[in-house]
Design a protein around this ligand. Structure first.
Ligand code: ZN
Length: 91
């Protein structure tokens, strides 16, 4: 339950309670491999091929609502052995 408040002359006035939609909370739309609509949960597996920027707005192919997107980058690290010069010359 969320208490909805309205501002009236700078004072908060409660205008009632609403039930939070349970299905809305269950949509997994962050840190996904594809764009996932935060409204209906539709996963657009092709959108990534068309995106020319790493952030912006996209309209859902399923429900038609517009939502914002932002790419999330993660860094991976590689290591390699350093061979001492003497070992290479010994042949
Ligand atoms: Zn949608």
């Amino acid at each position: 339950m969320i208490d909805i408040m309205a501002v009236n002359d700078g004072k908060y006035v409660s205008i009632g309670d609403i039930e939070v939609n349970d299905t809305e909370k269950k949509i997994d739309h962050e840190f996904m491999d594809n764009l996932v609509c935060p409204y209906c949960g539709y996963e657009d597996e092709d959108a990534g091929d068309y995106l020319e920027t790493d952030h912006g707005e996209w309209s859902c192919d399923e429900c038609g609502k517009v939502f914002s997107f932002q790419a999330d980058y993660s860094i991976t690290w590689c290591t390699s052995k350093i061979i001492p010069v003497e070992e290479i010359k010994s042949d």
